[in-house]
Design a protein around this ligand. Structure first.
Ligand code: HSE
Length: 326
């Protein structure tokens, strides 16, 4: 995607000295909508502390919570590279310098939109520091480019909900067309991350490039049904529709205990259960927080008996997206 020059009046004397931003984890695909649906979680999420410096240029001085896996080189790190790209297109590359501290509160390669949360936090932070000259719609292409740098493809189903909050539909990619969808209040999820590494790049290479028309018919019926269910707050329709006949059968192989976890979730009253993004995290969708909590505990107990460590998160849909912490 070509990122064009931006014309904005920015008063350099009004640039803030420091800002701290949280951006949320996301569940991409929403089970049936590969690359087109996603929603934001209340937790976990990543934090970026951005401080203005007197020299131009973008530097990263600290990354925590990544077990040393992310590059500090500002050209290679997704957060700094995205911030640099935005400053360049605003014509501020030689005027403004910032220092970034990135605090990761979620595992990398987990299927929770880890790179997206960091990129969105970074871009939201620089925009805030500059006095918010760009709308969230204008920030989105920079977030998508950051995702391309991190995973090799510019899918937007993590960055869009991380940036806008709520449930989002990527109606089209060329040009990007993001539609916000209603988030029924009772909808909750239990998200479980079994501690195995499944990089998005690898999980995408596994998927078949061609699909049968009969499977496509099932899947687009499900996507349409889910969207109708969200508008009508029809939980039975949501449950019937959140099923993935295209991607799950292939990717489930990469996730230990997937079908056992699914059995537990459905027995305990989940509306649906599937892979979060490209996995290995899985998501149980429920109608209330208690059921989500119970399912998460049971699945984590099961994983622990199978000697697989895991993290669990309970959340409603986060309708706010990034927030300024200070
Ligand atoms: N839609 C993407 C995929 C999300 O499933 O590969 C990656 O988090």
């Amino acid at each position: 995607m070509e990122l064009s020059q931006l014309k904005k009046d920015i008063d350099l004397s009004l640039i803030l000295d420091e800002v701290k931003v949280f951006a949320p984890a996301t569940v991409a695909n929403m089970i049936c909508g590969f690359d087109i649906l996603g929603f934001a979680l209340n937790e976990p999420g990543d934090e970026v502390v951005m401080t203005r410096r007197s020299e131009p240029g973008v530097v990263i001085t600290e990354i925590t919570g990544d077990d040393g896996r992310l590059p500090l080189d500002p050209q290679k790190n997704t957060v700094s590279a995205s911030v640099q790209s935005l400053l360049r297109n605003l014509g501020l590359e030689h005027e403004v310098g910032v220092e970034i501290k990135l605090h990761k509160h979620m595992p990398i390669g987990s299927g929770l939109g880890s790179s997206s949360a960091s990129t969105v936090a970074g871009l939201f932070a620089i925009n805030t520091l500059l006095g918010s000259p760009l709308s969230r719609e204008e920030l989105l292409p920079y977030c998508v480019e950051g995702e391309r740098l991190a995973c090799g493809t510019g899918h937007a189903d993590n960055v869009a909900p991380a940036l806008f909050g709520g449930i989002t539909l990527i109606r089209g990619y060329e040009p990007l067309d993001v539609i916000p969808l209603p988030a029924p209040k009772e909808l909750h999820v239990g998200v479980i991350f079994p501690q195995v590494d499944v990089p998005t790049r690898d999980a995408r290479q596994l998927i078949k490039e061609k699909i049968y028309l009969k499977d496509a018919v099932v899947q687009w019926g499900n996507i349409a049904g889910l969207i109708a269910g969200l508008y009508e707050e029809d939980y039975d329709l949501i449950a019937r529709s959140m099923q993935d006949v295209l991607i799950e059968p292939t990717r489930a192989i990469l996730i230990p205990q997937f079908y056992e976890m699914k059995r537990i979730a459905m027995e305990e009253g989940a509306l649906s259960f599937g892979i979060s993004g490209s996995g290995p995290s899985v998501v149980a969708v429920t109608r209330d927080a208690h059921i989500a909590q119970k399912i998460t505990e049971k699945i984590q107990q099961h994983l622990s008996e199978a000697e697989i460590e895991s993290y669990g998160y309970i959340s409603a849909v986060n309708v706010d997206g990034p927030r300024i912490l200070g």
